[in-house]
Write a protein that binds this ligand. Structure first.
Ligand SMILES: O=C(O)CCC(=O)C(=O)O
Ligand SMILES: [Fe+2]
Ligand SMILES: [Mn+2]
Length: 221
């Protein structure tokens, strides 16, 4: 895409898909909390969904971990992908990660049922590096980021099916992230009804865990 086209797209996504408690937090996190709506074509979304569905269907949704961050979910970690899906994941890597970053070898796949949600948390620094990139399939949802020290600072990300979100740097370390439950699923005034949502999440290795370093690759967060 030409440089000017890309810029226009970013400006639009800033206004359209991210809301913030104030202009300063929006501008501070401009490159650290990013939403790319329509990152996937419908065909790409279908490719990923139909590849994941048989693997997910073998698992049961989990509800009863009262202290867990995620409710109403099933998940898997995947290392082998079809060529078509691998090409999509390579696009994610090119869009979200720097050439010096190594990714966790297992991609995290999370299936949230319509009542499922994710409570605020910061991904473990033991298992995850500075960048998290997620594709959303099937249902729109709202991801909320809240500063862990100054909770009056927050962002809302509207994650439509086919979108890519990227959290890096301060957005990844200094803000918790959550996926709002159906009753609370609003983007500003705009109600975002929740259906079943599948996310495909790529993460960078924790710093110091790159190839050539000692230590096993860690499990996904
Ligand atoms: O579903 C997502 O996009 C985010 C999942 C998440 O926050 C996690 O697994 O740590
Ligand atoms: Fe997370
Ligand atoms: Mn996690």
């Amino acid at each position: 895409m030409a440089g000017s086209g890309r810029l226009a797209m970013r400006t639009l996504s800033r206004c359209g898909w991210i809301r913030g408690s104030n202009p300063a937090v929006l501008s501070r996190l401009r490159d650290e909390a990013v939403v790319r709506p329509g990152f996937l074509s419908q065909a790409e979304e279908d490719t990923l969904t139909s590849e994941l569905e048989p693997q997910l269907r073998r698992r049961r949704y989990e509800y009863d971990h009262w202290d867990a961050a995620i409710h109403g979910f099933r998940e898997t970690e995947k290392s082998r992908w079809s060529d078509a899906s691998q090409a999509i994941l390579q696009r994610v890597q090119a869009a979200a990660f720097g050439p010096d970053q190594t990714l966790l070898p297992l991609v995290h796949v999370l299936d949230l049922e319509p009542r499922g949600y994710i409570k605020p948390h910061v991904d473990s620094v033991k298992f995850c590096g500075s960048t998290i990139a997620g594709l959303s399939l099937l249902s729109p949802s709202v991801m909320k980021l809240v500063h862990t020290q100054e909770p009056e600072q927050w962002l809302e990300l509207l994650l439509e099916p086919g979108s890519l979100y990227i959290l890096r740097g301060s957005a990844r370390y200094d803000f918790s992230h959550e996926i709002l439950r159906d009753e609370e699923s609003f983007f500003g005034e705009h109600r975002v009804p929740r259906g079943r949502r599948i996310s495909v999440i790529c993460r960078s290795l924790p710093e110091g865990m790159g190839p050539g370093r000692s230590g096993e690759p860690p499990p996904a967060c």
